[in-house]
Write a protein that binds this ligand. Structure first.
Ligand code: ADP
Ligand code: MG
Length: 613
C-alpha cells in the first residue's frame, strides 16, 4: 500500500483518542486502527503530551507500524474549555432541644406505637401507677435486669408502653417481657433523652417503615399540637421518613427549624445585560436568569457567600491545573457557562441523638471557563520531537467531530452532533451549505457521577462511577439475583458472601455492593434523575443554540458522540426528550465500528485527506 501514514489525535478532558490511516494520493483513506487512553493532565497543556504519545504508540503497535513511518500527526485544536464543579446545601434542619431519635437499629424489638412519659429505669419504682411510661435505659444495663425491672413495674400496675435503650439488646429484652412493647435500641446519646416529657416510640414490623411519626399529622395527633406547633414539627416527620423505628420526645421549649441558608447572589454578566439571582431560589431560577443574559461573558458570586466560594473554588482548580508558570491569575479566567442542578444531600441533623440523617436541599453548579491561550503548540512540538514526525494542529473540535460523525452509516449533512463528554456537552451543526457552528455547555458525565455520589452519600467516586455505568440488582440468594427490570438470573457458583441480600451494581468485574441504606428503586431513581438533569437539560440547551432560529423542530439528524453516549440509558433519555420535537436521534457509529468514540480523531484524518484530494 502506498500513501501517507497519518494519525489523528483528539486530546479530550478525560480521554485521548487516536485514529491511524493511510491516505492515498487522491485523498482516499484506508483506516488502520484506533486507540484510546486516559488523558494525562489537563487537555491542551504540556502535561497532556504523555497521553497523546501513549495513544499514538499504541495504535502504531497494534497496526504493526513504527513511529519512523509516520508522515504526520494531526492534533486537534483543543477547545479551551475546562469545567469545574461545586455543591452547597441550601437548607439545614436544626433541632435545638433533644426532640427526636430516628434511626434504623439493626434489630429493634416489638412493634407498634407507644405514647407516654419518659422515665429513667432507675426511677421506675417510684413512677405513678396511672401514667403510661416510656422507659429510658442508660448504658451499662444488662438485658435481664432491664426485663426484670419492666416486668416488676407492669406487675405493680404501671402501663409500660415503650422503652429506649442505649445498648443493642432490644430483642433480648422484648423476648423476656410479659407484655410486648416497642423497644428502640442503639441510641448512643441516650443520656440526652429528656425525662418527664411526653414521648412517642414507634417500631414497624420487619420490612416495613414507621407510619405515625413520619407523618406530620401523626405527630400532631399524638402530641395534640395546634397548627403552629404542627408546622414546627414537620421537619421532624421528614427526617424520620423511611425509618423502621423512631422516638419523638416533646420538649416544651424545643425548637425545630428548617432553615434556608442564604447561599448568596450569583451575578451573570452577559454581552448586553447583567442579571443577579439568589442561588437558594434553585436551579430553575438560575437557568432562567442565564437564558436572559445569553451569551454569558462571566459569572461572579458575592465574596463571603457560599456561591462566591463555589465559583472561587472552580476558578482556583482551573488555575492550578492550568498553571504553567506563565502567571495567569484566577481572576483572568472568564466563566462562559454554568449549569445549575437541584439536588439533595443526606446530612446529619444537628441536635439529633442517634446520628439522624435528613435530606437537605442543595444546589450543584458546573462552570466552564474559556482560556485565552492555547498551548497546543507546545504539545505539538513535544509530540514531534518524541516521534520524529511532523505534528500539526488543525481543525476546530466541533467541525472535526461532525466530519467524524458523518462516517456513521445512514447520516448526511445537514447534521448536528452532540458530544457527551466528561466535563462539557458540546454541540456542532453542519448545514447543507457546509457552514459549521459549535457550542459548549458546562456539565456532563463528571457532574452525573458527582450527583450520584452526593445523593446516595457514597463518599466514593469510584463506586458512584460504577453505579452510573451499570444496571443494579438485588442479591436474593447465594445463587440468584433480581435485576432492576424484575427479571431473575441464576448462577451455578455461589455469589460471594459480602453481596448477599445487598443492592449491587453489576459492574463488568462482577457484582459490587453499594454502601447505601436506599433500596434498589431509590438508587435507580437517583441515577436516572442525575442523568436527566444533566444530559437531557444540556442537550436541549446546546441544541437550541445551534438550531436554526433556536427551533428544535428544524433539526433533522442528531448524532450522539463521546464517552457518555456509551451509557446504557443516557442516549434513550435524550432520544425520548427529542422525540417530542420530531428530531431523529441516535448514537453515532464512527467509521461504522467505533460506536460514539473516535469522532474527532477520525475527523482530523478526513479533513487531512480532503485537503489532499
Ligand atoms: P472527553 O471527550 O471530555 O475526554 P469522553 O468522551 O471520554 O470525554 O467522556 C468521558 C465521560 O464518559 C466520563 O464522564 C465517563 O464517566 C463517561 N463514560 C465513559 N465510558 C462510559 C460508559 N461505558 N458508560 C457510561 N459513561 C461512560
Ligand atoms: Mg471528547
Amino acid at each position: 500500500m502506498s500513501g501517507r501514514l497519518v494519525v489523528g489525535v483528539d486530546i479530550g478532558n478525560s480521554t485521548t483518542e487516536a485514529c491511524l490511516a493511510l491516505v492515498g494520493p487522491g485523498g482516499e483513506v484506508t483506516h488502520l486502527g484506533t486507540a484510546l487512553t486516559r488523558t494525562t493532565g489537563v487537555k491542551g497543556t504540556p502535561a497532556s503530551t504523555e497521553g497523546a504519545l501513549t495513544a499514538v504508540r499504541r495504535v502504531l503497535t497494534d497496526a504493526g507500524r513504527r513511529p519512523g513511518e509516520l508522515d504526520r500527526v494531526l492534533l486537534n485544536e483543543a477547545t479551551p474549555v475546562i469545567s469545574g464543579l461545586a455543591m452547597e446545601t441550601i437548607t439545614e434542619t436544626v433541632i435545638t432541644e433533644s426532640t427526636m431519635i430516628g434511626h434504623n437499629p439493626a434489630t429493634p424489638g416489638g412493634e407498634g406505637l407507644g405514647v407516654g412519659t419518659t422515665v429513667s429505669v432507675l426511677d421506675l419504682a417510684g413512677h405513678p401507677g396511672d401514667e403510661p411510661a416510656v422507659v429510658v435505659v442508660p448504658h451499662g444495663w444488662d438485658f435481664d435486669d432491664v426485663a426484670a425491672a419492666l416486668n416488676t413495674a407492669v406487675a405493680r400496675g404501671v402501663p409500660v408502653v415503650a422503652a429506649v435503650l442505649a445498648g443493642d439488646d432490644a430483642v433480648l429484652v422484648t423476648n423476656r417481657l410479659r407484655q410486648p412493647i416497642p423497644v428502640v435500641d442503639e441510641v448512643s446519646a441516650v443520656e440526652k433523652v429528656p425525662l418527664g416529657m411526653r414521648a412517642a416510640v414507634e417500631v414497624a414490623a420487619p420490612g416495613r417503615t414507621i407510619r405515625t411519626l413520619s407523618n406530620t399529622y401523626g405527630i400532631a395527633t399524638v402530641f395534640d399540637l395546634d397548627p403552629d406547633q404542627t408546622r414546627q414539627v414537620s421537619p421532624v416527620a421528614r427526617a424520620l421518613t423511611g425509618n423502621r423505628s423512631a422516638v419523638v420526645v416533646r420538649t416544651p421549649s424545643g425548637d425545630v427549624t428548617d432553615r434556608r441558608i442564604p447561599v448568596g447572589v450569583l451575578e451573570l454578566r452577559g454581552e448586553v445585560r447583567t442579571v443577579k439571582v439568589d442561588v437558594d431560589a434553585g436551579a430553575e431560577a438560575i437557568m432562567d436568569a442565564l437564558a436572559r443574559v445569553q451569551p454569558l461573558r462571566d459569572a461572579h458570586g458575592e465574596p463571603g457567600t457560599h456561591v462566591g466560594g463555589m465559583l472561587a473554588a472552580v476558578r482556583d482548580t482551573m488555575a492550578d491545573t492550568m498553571d504553567d508558570g506563565s502567571g495567569g491569575a484566577p481572576g483572568d479566567i472568564a466563566i462562559r457557562d454554568v449549569l445549575a442542578v437541584d439536588t439533595f444531600v443526606p446530612a446529619e441533623v444537628r441536635g439529633g441523638l442517634a446520628g439522624e440523617i435528613t435530606l437537605e436541599n442543595a444546589v450543584g453548579l458546573a462552570a466552564m471557563v474559556r482560556t485565552s491561550r492555547s498551548r497546543m503548540a507546545a504539545v505539538a512540538a513535544r509530540v514531534s520531537a518524541e516521534l520524529g514526525a511532523e505534528a500539526t494542529i488543525g481543525g476546530v473540535e466541533g467541525e472535526m467531530a461532525v466530519l467524524g460523525a458523518l462516517t456513521t452509516p445512514g447520516t448526511r449533512a445537514p447534521v448536528v452532533v452532540v458530544d457527551l463528554g466528561g466535563g462539557s456537552t458540546d454541540a456542532a451543526s453542519l448545514t447543507a451549505e457546509g457552514v459549521c457552528t459549535a457550542v459548549h455547555v458546562a456539565g456532563a458525565g463528571e457532574l452525573v457521577t458527582k450527583l450520584v455520589d452526593a445523593e446516595l452519600a457514597l463518599d466514593d467516586r469510584e463506586v458512584a462511577e460504577l453505579v452510573k455505568r451499570s444496571p443494579l440488582a438485588k442479591v436474593e440468594s447465594f445463587f440468584h439475583v433480581r435485576h432492576e427490570d424484575g427479571t431473575v438470573q441464576f448462577f451455578d457458583q455461589p455469589l460471594p458472601a459480602h453481596v448477599f441480600a445487598r443492592v449491587v451494581v453489576l459492574s463488568p468485574e462482577g457484582p459490587v455492593p453499594i454502601g447505601t441504606r436506599h433500596g434498589l428503586d431509590a438508587v435507580r431513581r437517583v441515577r436516572r434523575e442525575a442523568k436527566r438533569r444533566v444530559f437531557v437539560v444540556n442537550t436541549l440547551r446546546a441544541l437550541r443554540q445551534v438550531a436554526p432560529d433556536g427551533d428544535l423542530r428544524r433539526l433533522d439528524f442528531v448524532v450522539l458522540l463521546g464517552g457518555s453516549a456509551l451509557d446504557f440509558e443516557i442516549p434513550d433519555l435524550i432520544a425520548d426528550a427529542l422525540a417530542a420535537h420530531g428530531v431523529v436521534c441516535g448514537t453515532g457509529n464512527v467509521l461504522g465500528d467505533q460506536g460514539p468514540r473516535n469522532a474527532v480523531a477520525s475527523g482530523l484524518v478526513a479533513a487531512f485527506a480532503q485537503g489532499i484530494g
